[in-house]
Design a protein around this ligand. Structure first.
Ligand code: HEM
Ligand code: NAG
Ligand code: NAG
Ligand code: NAG
Ligand code: NAG
Length: 316
């Protein structure tokens, strides 16, 4: 038994991640990472909400078919792609990826994958937003398949924690890492449709797991605009920090899954630890993001390097 697990850890695990390496483009496209950084910085200067957009995009891409940029493909006349579904839940930032890709193609045609661009751009924007600086191994290849139905596997904002845990475990992500990654809800927004089911205006009674002042505020927001949006972290809404965990301990989680993280026995200890120790969160977030970026990647001769992130390359 022991022998088997040693074989697993030393041979099978590294093989699963083979060919992703730090600085994969060092000789083939020396400027790749600095081009990404430059375009991301420029966008961030005028739009701080790009951080949330990229974090959510990276997660949705990686958790559907692996980090293969299948999410970026546009639908065609007879075929709907992964982004074209209810579960795409307003993922945005596609135009930023287009901008980066255009700049990179001009410097090094057909060399840098769209999936690496998502991972690198997300890393850069996290660092710009007060989060950790971390290294992202590269060498991902772009997928050849994108189907709208595939995205239906993503859980919703009312999914129970045990179901979430199972979903993440199936991708090799532990419960603690899952709690860390959901800390990405320290930036960005949720639209009324994703949380209005918790509000007293809909249920007819206060939700004991929501701060009454927050309930009142959200009722007002969604009454004036049913497509309104609330910051997921009500305190430091644009900063990648541990404030999200402090907020949910104060019953200020916007979506049910966020609030449940603080209440469920299997996750509440991680929440308290991250809430009281910002350094621990920052370190964990860096390593969890690196792990997220390795889920189901294509490497070597698999897939392709797309020229346009929104369309598969033409076959002759
Ligand atoms: C499976 C667990 C998760 C569920 C059910 C979930 C669900 C949601 C929902 C419903 C929204 C609101 C979208 C909208 O109203 O436009 C949202 C926003 C967001 N999610 Fe998650 N999420 C999950 C995990 C994650 C993870 C792991 C990350 C990143 C590592 C992430 C990053 C974000 C970000 C940054 C936003 C804000 C997006 C924006 O402002 O554009 N989420 N999430
Ligand atoms: C859509 O049309 C293209 C080109 O006509 C074809 O190659 C492809 O197989 C079609 N896809 C589906 C899902 O029908
Ligand atoms: C997301 O899905 C909805 C519903 O299917 C669709 O109307 C919308 O255009 C999609 N968004 C993107 C960016 O494709
Ligand atoms: C279209 O359909 C095929 C399967 O018939 C799929 O492999 C392909 O990725 C789909 N998506 C798009 C956007 O073409
Ligand atoms: C809100 O953020 C500030 C820092 O900007 C911090 O000092 C304060 O303790 C936070 N409050 C809560 C309730 O998290």
């Amino acid at each position: 038994m022991k022998k088997i697990s040693i074989i697993f850890f030393f041979f099978i695990l590294p093989l699963a991640f083979a060919d992703l390496q730090l600085g994969f483009y060092a000789s083939s496209c020396r400027k790749a990472e600095s081009i990404v950084q430059k375009v991301v910085q420029k966008r961030f200067n005028r739009d701080k909400s790009i951080t949330a957009a990229l974090l959510r995009m990276h997660f949705h891409d990686c958790f559907v078919r692996g980090c293969d940029a299948s999410l970026l493909i546009d639908s065609t006349k007879n075929n709907t792609s992964e982004k074209q579904t209810g579960a795409n839940a307003s993922v945005r930032g596609y135009d930023l990826i287009d901008d980066v890709k255009e700049a990179i193609e001009a410097a090094c045609p057909s060399t840098v994958s769209c999936s690496d661009i998502i991972a690198l751009a997300t890393r850069d924007v996290v660092a710009l937003s007060g989060g950790p600086k971390y290294n992202v191994p590269t060498g991902r290849r772009d997928g050849l398949v994108s189907n709208s139905v595939d995205a239906n596997i993503l859980p919703g904002p009312g999914s129970p924690i045990p179901q979430l845990t199972q979903f993440f475990a199936a991708k090799g992500i532990t419960t603690e890492e899952m709690v860390t990654l959901l800390g990405a809800h320290t930036v960005g927004v949720a639209h009324c449709g994703f949380f209005s089911g918790r509000l007293s205006s809909v249920t007819g009674r206060p939700d004991p797991t929501m701060d009454p002042a927050l309930d009142a505020k959200l009722v007002k927001l969604c009454k004036s605009n049913s497509n309104g949006a609330a910051f997921l972290d009500q305190n430091t809404s644009f900063v990648v920090d541990n404030a999200f965990y402090k907020q949910i301990l104060l019953k200020k989680g916007i979506m049910q899954i966020d609030q449940q993280l603080a209440l469920d026995k299997s996750t509440s200890t991680f929440v308290s630890n991250f809430a009281s120790n910002g350094d621990k969160f920052v370190k964990s977030f860096a390593s969890a993001m690196i792990k997220l970026g390795k889920v189901g990647v294509l490497v070597g001769k698999e897939g392709e390097i797309r020229k346009n992130c929104r369309a598969f390359n033409k076959r002759n």
